[in-house]
Design a protein around this ligand. Structure first.
Ligand SMILES: [Fe+2]
Ligand SMILES: [Fe+2]
Length: 283
């Protein structure tokens, strides 16, 4: 039965990738970003074709993580102030998020994703082989599988299942997903990003963000996103999303050479940004 569910979900995900919004991501953005010769002007040219996208990038550049609220008023300035790598990642995420219906529940998932991204960006400095802009992007996309599921549920005759499952966290959430769809949102996120040909390290961080501690490495993006998501359950009830801190997270924290003081510091970082993030996402 497990493989049947997987096959159905994987098939639906493959169909998403052919829809116009996502094929723009695939053909224009990912190709430009994946081309080592592409420069700031090339990527800006792709983004400029879509005024809503440009406006949203400017809005994100003004968000708390980048520390210059209200000072970025154009795409060029956003690229200059927050950096080319961040702008690329944010452009990709915004295109992807805009593919899904913009409901209040999804806005709060976006806010959770942003809070995880922001913490992941900071945490990357304490974990080997994790750069901050990739950590930020992996954090933004870590729960993209939940968006995929919501879109699949919305097309079904029982959309109420959406609301019930939406409230769950951690293990309980994964169990409910496996019972109904025979896979988890981490799996769905992995397949979705694979279908868009994302870089492997981002895909792994998304696919492993609810894995058992024994499978989580001590370097790269995987532990960064894993810990940032778990901390949300401790640091911010409003932005916790599906994040829940468990013994598994304690084990990964220790494997990464961190302890109680680091955990407290992360909680404080989450709390410090909480109200700005809530107002940024209009929650
Ligand atoms: Fe998750
Ligand atoms: Fe999450």
């Amino acid at each position: 039965m497990l493989s049947t569910g997987n096959a159905i979900i994987r098939n639906k995900i493959r169909q998403f990738a052919n829809l116009p919004t996502l094929s723009l991501v695939q053909t224009k953005l990912l190709q430009t970003i994946g081309n080592p010769k592409a420069n700031v002007e090339d990527i800006a040219a792709v983004i400029r074709h879509d005024p809503t996208l440009s406006a949203r990038i400017v809005a994100v550049a003004n968000s708390p993580f980048f520390g210059c609220p209200g000072r970025v008023e154009s795409l060029e300035k956003a690229i200059l102030m927050i950096g080319f790598d961040y702008v690329k990642g944010i452009a990709l995420s915004i295109c992807i998020f805009s593919f899904f219906p913009q409901t209040k529940s999804l806005r709060s998932l976006w806010a959770h994703a942003y809070a995880v991204a922001s913490l992941a960006g900071k945490l990357s400095g304490r974990i080997p082989d994790a750069d901050s802009s990739s950590s930020f992007l992996a954090g933004l996309l870590h729960d993209i599988g939940r968006f995929v599921f919501m879109k699949i549920y919305a097309d079904e005759p029982q959309p109420d299942r959406n609301d019930e499952i939406f409230e769950l966290k951690g293990r309980e959430l994964l169990q409910a997903e496996t019972e109904t769809l025979f896979c988890t949102h981490a799996d769905a996120g992995r397949w979705f990003l694979e279908s868009l040909s994302f870089p492997e390290d981002i895909i792994d961080a998304v696919g492993m963000h609810h894995a058992q501690a024994g499978k989580v490495s001590a370097n790269g993006l995987v532990p960064v996103v894993y810990l940032a998501d778990g901390i949300m359950g401790l640091g911010s009830p409003d932005l916790a999303g599906d994040g829940e801190w468990t013994d598994e997270h304690e084990a990964v924290l220790a494997r990464c050479g961190m302890g109680e003081a680091d955990k407290e510091r992360m909680i404080a970082e989450v709390k410090a940004e909480e109200s700005a993030t809530r107002s940024f996402f209009n929650l």
